[in-house]
Design a binder for this molecule. Structure first.
Ligand SMILES: [Mn+2]
Length: 335
């Protein structure tokens, strides 16, 4: 019995299905839940997406049927809805779905995860967790096909967008022939690539450019230029009134550097410095993030670094880059 068989039989046995994703969801979490929800409705199920917060306005074009609710809004409109199956997408722990949704999930209802993040201790014969998948959207797309639900443009666009986002437009090593085979089927519904791309990326205002210029200005490298980094200062985020979510792609600018192996972006959050990592392809930044107390994929990972009393942001960065150099060196001697 494959994992797709397991999911199909669990879905067939359920009547009322709740889908959710992680807090502060990205387009993979959102796109995956919306497509899956529309497909499960086609499959004859009563199904809703309930997130900790309402869907941000800039994602609403992906949800023409308005299947996504913020927790409070959903509860006031559907006080009696009791799911008999919960599907969590793009994370594999209840802890990341948010406090309200987590409490709502409770203990009595079975929970299934569809995800592509590394995880420990989950039974892979029950949950659909595949770290080799380019996006959760890819796994959801394969599942929709397996359920025998026809892709329509409406169902296809959110997962197409999920795959664009999680592969930074098809540039990561997780992009496979299967990714492209699925994308071909999604495109056959009439998706227009420039329209889909601009829907998710082409929404910025000019202040976004000003913030980008500030952060590009901070770019620096170590001596052999194998590690490059940038710093996003809190005062710049607030000055240019940007959503933190809008800054996620900034780090990709470093990947065009000639000798780059690891790109890092630091975000000054006060007590903590958030550090994002991207790999140019040959080195596993998930391992580096793990060594620094975080985690993630081989091509994209993150961690939080606690600032010690009296430590400046520059000191935190230089100390952390030294650590990245050490881990990188140990990875190189291993391979
Ligand atoms: Mn994802």
């Amino acid at each position: 019995m494959t994992i797709l068989d397991v999911f199909k039989s669990r879905i067939q046995a359920a009547e009322r299905i709740l889908i959710t994703t992680h807090e502060f969801p990205d387009a993979d979490g959102i796109g995956s839940e919306i497509s899956l929800c529309m497909a499960l409705r086609e499959f004859g199920k009563k199904c809703f997406c309930i997130n900790e917060e309402p869907l941000l306005e800039r994602y609403q074009y992906m949800d023409p049927d308005k299947v996504v609710y913020g927790f409070k809004d959903f509860q006031s409109k559907n006080p009696d809805f009791k799911p008999d199956l919960i599907i969590v997408v793009d994370t594999n722990t209840k802890l990341r779905v948010g406090t309200d949704v987590c409490r709502f999930i409770g203990e009595a209802v079975p929970v299934l995860y569809i995800d592509h993040h590394p995880c420990r201790g989950r039974d892979l014969s029950t949950h659909c967790i595949d770290v080799t998948a380019a996006a959760t959207g890819q796994l959801v797309g394969e599942m929709i096909e397996y359920l025998g639900v026809q892709f329509t443009k409406k169902i296809a666009l959110p997962i197409y967008t999920a795959i664009i986002i999680d592969t930074s437009s098809f540039r990561y090593p997780t992009v496979s022939a299967n990714t492209h085979r699925l994308v071909a089927k999604l495109m056959a519904t009439g998706i227009n690539p420039p329209e889909a791309y601009n829907g998710i990326y082409g929404t910025k205002r000019v202040h976004h450019m000003h913030l980008l210029s500030r952060i590009l200005d901070t770019a620096a490298t170590n001596a052999d230029e194998s590690i490059a980094w940038m710093l996003l200062r809190q005062e710049d985020i607030s000055k240019f009134a940007s959503d933190v979510e809008d800054t996620h792609a900034f780090i990709n600018n470093l990947l065009v550097l000639n000798n780059i192996k690891v790109a890092c972006m630091f975000r000054d959050d006060g007590d903590h410095i958030k550090m994002s990592l991207r790999s140019s392809g040959d080195y596993d930044v998930g391992v580096i993030a793990l060594a620094l107390g975080g985690g993630g994929h081989s091509h994209s990972a993150a961690t939080m670094i606690k600032r010690l009393p009296g430590e400046s942001t520059e000191q935190v960065i230089s100390k952390t880059i030294k650590r990245v150099e050490e881990v990188l060196k140990s990875l190189e001697t291993e391979s």
